[in-house]
Design a binder for this molecule. Structure first.
Ligand code: GAL
Length: 391
C-alpha cells in the first residue's frame, strides 16, 4: 500500500519538460510492426536520428499485444519528440526471458536509467539486478517489481483506488438485493492485480455481507465473504479461480464457463467486476449473448479507444481513466533528474517485500457515458473523430 509524502513534483516535471522540448528539433517516427510475431519488439526513438548507438534511457514495456501498452509507447514517443535525451523502447511480449534479454541489450547500449513495466513482478527481479549491477538506476513503471532491493523508484497510478472505483460503481448501480456478482481479476504475476482486487473488495465485501450482492462464480470468494480484509494468500486463492491473466480470450472462456454453470437465480440483472478494458469487452460480449441475462453493469480500466466506443454505445458501463501522459511525464521527468545527477522527488513509498520503494503516484478518473466527452475529448486524450455516436 502507498505511504504518502510531499506532492510538489508535478509542477517541477512540467517545468523541466518545457525546458527539454524547447531544446531540440528532431523528428522520430517508427510505425508499430503489425505482425507481432517477433520475440522482442524494438522501437528506436530519438537514438535513431542521432545514430550514436549510446542510449541514455531504456524503456521496457510488457507486450505490444495489448492496446494499453501501445498507448504508452506512443505517449513516450510524443513526450520525447525533439528531446536531446536518447531512448529506446523494447517490448517483452509477455515473456520474462525476453524481458531480461531486452534489459541486457539496453545495458550494452550504455543506459544510465531503466524504465521498466514488468511482465512478472517477481521474475523481473533478475532484470533489475542485472541493471543495478551496472550502476543503472531502475524505475518501475505502472507495475511494481517485487521481492528485490534492485529497484530504486516507482511511478504508478493509485491502483487500490482503481479497484475501489470499480466496486463502488457496481454498488451505485445495483438495484435491490441478491444481485448476482461475477468477479474477474488480472494476472497474479502482476502486483497491480492484487491492488485492484483489494480495492474492489474493500467496498464490495460489506455489500456482499449485507446481501446486496451474491457471489456467482467463486467458491473461494464465497468462503471468505465475511472477511473485510484479505491476506495476499487469500486473495491469491480467489485470483486463482477468477483470473483472466489479462488475456481477452481467457476472459471469454471463463465467462462462458461461469454462465454455463450458473442457475437461473444467478442470471437476470447482474453485476460484473472486470479488471480492465481488454477483458471487459470480451466478458460483456459473452454476457450479451446469454438470453437469460436481462441486463449487466460491467467495469473496466485504461480508457482504451475500443472501450470508449463500447461505453458510448452502452455495451460497457464504465472505465477507470489513467492518463498515461501523466505517467510518462513522471517517469521521464524522474529520468532527466537522475541524468542531471540529482535526486528525484517522490510523494510516498510502496513495500515490495524487500524494501520501501520511493514512489510517485497519480490519481485516476471514473469515466462513463455521462462524462466521456469531457474527460477523454475535452482533455485532448482522444479526438472526437475517433468515435461515432458522440453528441
Ligand atoms: C496492469 C495495468 C493496467 C492493465 C493491465 C493489463 O498492470 O496497470 O492498466 O493494462 O496491466 O496489461
Amino acid at each position: 500500500m502507498f505511504r504518502k509524502g510531499k506532492a510538489l513534483w508535478f509542477l517541477m516535471v512540467a517545468g523541466l519538460f518545457a525546458l527539454l522540448l524547447v531544446g531540440c528539433t528532431n523528428d522520430t517516427s517508427s510505425e508499430p510492426n503489425e505482425t507481432g510475431d517477433d520475440q522482442t519488439e524494438e522501437t528506436d526513438t530519438a537514438e535513431e536520428t542521432t545514430g550514436s548507438g549510446e542510449i541514455n534511457v531504456g524503456i521496457v514495456l510488457p507486450t505490444r499485444d495489448e492496446p494499453r501498452w501501445v498507448q504508452d509507447e506512443q505517449r513516450f514517443k510524443d513526450a520525447l519528440a525533439g528531446s536531446s535525451y536518447t531512448t529506446e523502447i523494447l517490448f517483452s511480449q509477455g515473456s520474462s526471458a525476453n524481458e531480461l534479454q531486452n534489459v541486457e541489450t539496453l545495458i550494452s547500449r550504455g543506459i544510465d536509467v531503466l524504465i521498466i513495466s514488468p511482465h512478472d513482478g517477481d521474475a523481473a527481479g533478475a532484470a533489475a539486478q542485472a541493471a543495478a549491477a551496472e550502476g543503472v538506476t531502475v524505475i518501475a513503471y505502472d507495475r511494481l517489481i517485487t521481492s528485490t532491493d534492485a529497484v530504486d523508484y516507482y511511478v504508478t497510478f493509485d491502483s487500490f483506488a482503481v479497484g475501489e472505483a470499480q466496486g463502488q460503481y457496481l454498488i451505485d448501480h445495483a438495484e435491490g438485493t441478491g444481485v448476482p456478482l461475477y468477479l474477474y481479476a488480472g494476472a497474479s504475476s502482476d502486483n497491480n492485480a492484487f491492488l485492484f482486487f483489494e480495492g474492489a473488495w474493500s467496498v464490495l465485501q460489506p455489500k456482499i455481507a449485507d446481501g446486496t450482492f451474491v457471489i456467482a462464480n467463486s467458491s473461494e470468494a464465497e468462503a471468505l465473504s465475511a472477511n473485510a480484509e484479505l491476506s495476499r494468500d487469500e486473495m491469491g486463492r480467489i485470483l486463482g479461480q477468477v483470473t483472466t491473466n489479462w488475456d481477452p480470450n481467457e476472459a471469454i472462456n471463463k465467462a462462458q464457463t461461469h454462465l454455463t454453470a450458473a442457475g437461473d437465480d444467478l442470471k437476470g440483472d447482474v453485476a460484473i467486476l472486470a479488471p480492465n478494458d481488454g477483458t471487459a469487452r470480451s466478458i460483456a460480449d459473452v454476457f450479451a449473448t446469454d438470453s437469460d441475462i436481462t441486463s449487466f453493469v460491467v467495469t473496466g480500466q485504461d480508457a482504451e479507444m475500443a472501450s470508449i466506443q463500447y461505453i458510448i454505445d452502452g455495451q460497457q458501463s464504465m472505465t477507470v481513466f489513467k492518463d498515461v501522459r501523466r505517467l510518462v511525464e513522471d517517469a521521464m521527468g524522474m529520468a532527466v533528474t537522475i541524468l542531471d545527477g540529482d535526486t528525484p522527488e517522490t510523494t510516498g513509498a510502496y513495500d515490495n517485500g524487500a524494501k520501501e520503494v520511493a514512489a510517485l503516484q497519480s490519481e485516476v478518473i471514473v469515466v462513463d457515458q455521462a462524462n466521456v466527452e469531457a474527460e477523454l475529448i475535452g482533455s485532448g486524450y482522444y479526438e472526437a473523430s475517433d468515435f461515432t455516436g458522440l453528441e
